[in-house]
Design a protein around this ligand. Structure first.
Ligand code: 1GP
Length: 252
């Protein structure tokens, strides 16, 4: 089954949890231990990518070692065409729609298109929009940040993602942000689009994950928690249980 097929299959029964690993924050061996722990905790997919990295050797090593050690599908979350290496199951083929720099809106996608076509990797088109304060990705991606209360702007961008034919809409609050994207914003966006909504940034406990799912998120990404927790599998397990309860409350 394709990665997207698997994602839809899980989504027909409940929410999806994705563990994000930034290959620049540790070596490949530690990264694969983290992936194993996430798998034990119940994560459905491993996402590999970061915002700042330039160390392509480390990125390649991480992708290959994580793929060897986990049974979960591995997806690349590319900030640039340079992080696309063989071994992963899929790639989020992204447009950072609210960047001011055409490079992040379409340039990197163009730079990587022929390479991707020649690789054995599933390509999943994802529209990526970044909300205030945006953290590092807001700066590096030269983002025209969407205000946390600017519901109309958030809805307009998300609807554009859907109308452009992308498979998923990724709402990014910024890695390590104190307050995740507000529930009101997720609810507003949910009311105008039907494609799966991914939410990431600052979700590091069961309550914030549940709030995002209750508001309409389908897929939750956690990164910092996977890096900092002393018991990744147990903490992810708690988050997923809370997400499942919130999904039932949402009555899907
Ligand atoms: C991915 O930026 C997020 O969308 C990850 O955020 O590191 O805060 O979990 P955290």
């Amino acid at each position: 089954m394709s990665v997207l097929g698997k994602m839809y299959d899980i989504l027909s029964k409940g929410p999806v949890h994705i563990a994000l690993i930034d290959p620049d924050k540790q070596g490949p061996e530690k990264a694969s231990e983290m992936a194993k722990e996430a798998e034990k905790g119940g994560s459905h997919f491993i996402l590999i990518g970061g915002t700042t990295g330039v160390d392509t050797r480390k990125q390649k090593g991480t992708i290959q070692m994580v793929c060897r050690t986990t049974d979960l599908p591995v997806i690349i979350f590319p900030t640039s065409a340079d992080i696309l290496f063989e071994g992963a199951d899929a790639v989020f083929y992204m447009s950072l729609l609210n960047s001011r720099n055409v490079r992040y809106i379409i340039g990197e996608a163009v730079r990587s298109s022929l390479k991707l076509a020649s690789m054995e990797i599933e390509v999943i088109p994802v529209g990526y929009i970044v909300f205030h304060p945006g953290m590092i990705v807001g700066k590096v991606g030269e983002v025209d940040l969407i205000g946390r209360d600017d519901l109309e702007m958030g809805m307009s961008y998300a609807k554009a993602v859907e109308l452009l034919g992308m498979e998923m809409c990724y709402l990014e609050g910024g890695s390590g942000v104190e307050e995740p994207i507000p529930s009101k914003m997720i609810e507003a966006i949910r009311s105008v689009i039907d494609i799966p909504i991914i939410v990431g940034g600052g979700i590091d406990d069961p309550e914030s994950a549940a709030a995002a799912v209750r508001a309409g998120a389908d897929i939750i990404v956690t990164g910092t928690l996977v890096e900092t927790s002393e018991n990744v599998s147990s903490d992810i397990g708690k988050i997923i249980r809370a997400m499942n309860t919130a999904w039932k409350e949402r009555g899907i």
